[in-house]
Design a protein around this ligand. Structure first.
Ligand SMILES: NC(=O)c1ccc[n+]([C@@H]2O[C@H](COP(=O)([O-])OP(=O)(O)OC[C@H]3O[C@@H](n4cnc5c(N)ncnc54)[C@H](OP(=O)(O)O)[C@@H]3O)[C@@H](O)[C@H]2O)c1
Length: 220
């Protein structure tokens, strides 16, 4: 499959930046998108000149990122509707990966926010009826993604309604060393992954650690 470039909308935040860096490390060209071009450009220049994959990154607007072959959404969930609605035509016919969680901090605890659509992924699918939405990476900590000198050790559970799009996502993100993509089912299952992220964050706080998901019983 040839997807050309990957665009990351909201790619200046830790989560989108982490995914962008990891994909650039695999040799893919990645456009980091932002509401402000200069922020995207300075995010690219954060990468040490010693890394050869730095040249695979370029900064752009969120619209530039949306023009790429495959697009990752990495804004906070509250900003998704206003961000993707104006881009829906550009995103039409494309695979769009959402990594957003709807979470709220209540006292010392993270809790999932129950959205009317059921999940962030379902919200995105309703905003982009002509795109193939796949959810992935919601539960992978940005800090781990950004430690580019360390190999990731994470299973990434993806959800989506179109088997071909999930295959595309697996082909691209499986290139990241140490990451194993597992098919968690249709987009209706994404809410479970998004809510589980709140649990993982609470475990991190309680046990002062960094948890990730590793599913046993599946070979390779
Ligand atoms: N942080 C993690 O460990 C982690 C891990 C997995 C998944 N996630 C999910 O990934 C998403 C991004 O997380 P993050 O921690 O990187 O978030 P963030 O830093 O708060 O936001 C990411 C970027 O989105 C843009 N943005 C912020 N508010 C916006 C708004 N109202 N409308 C449009 N764009 C806005 C900003 O870019 P510009 O100002 O440059 O446009 C910002 O740099 C979240 O939905 C989160 O649930 C996070």
């Amino acid at each position: 499959m040839s997807i050309g470039t990957v665009g990351v909308i909201g790619g200046t935040g830790p989560a989108g930046k982490g995914v962008a860096f990891r994909l650039a490390m695999t040799g893919l060209d990645v456009v980091i998108g932002s509401r402000e071009l200069s922020r995207a450009e300075s995010t690219c220049s954060e990468v040490d000149r010693g890394y050869s994959w730095r040249s695979n990154l370029s900064g752009g607007t969120n619209e530039d990122a949306a023009r790429c072959g495959l697009v990752v959404l990495a804004t906070p969930w509250e900003g998704l509707a206003s961000t993707v609605e104006p881009l829906s035509e550009i995103l039409s016919g494309k695979v769009v990966v959402t990594m957003a969680n709807a979470l709220v901090r209540v006292g010392k605890e993270f809790q999932p926010v129950l959205l009317a659509k059921g999940s962030v992924a379902a919200l995105v699918a309703s905003l982009l009826p002509n795109s193939q939405v796949v959810s992935a990476f919601q539960h992978v900590p940005a800090r781990e993604l950004l430690e580019v000198d360390s190999v990731l050790h994470a299973d990434v559970i993806i959800c989506g309604d179109d088997p071909g799009s999930k295959l595309n996502v697996r082909e691209i993100f499986d290139r990241i060393e140490g990451v194993r993509l597992l098919d968690g089912g249709s987009l209706a299952l994404s809410g479970a992954i998004e809510a589980m992220t709140a649990v993982l964050l609470n475990l991190n706080l309680r046990y002062k650690t960094r948890t990730s998901i590793r599913v046993s019983g599946i070979e390779a």
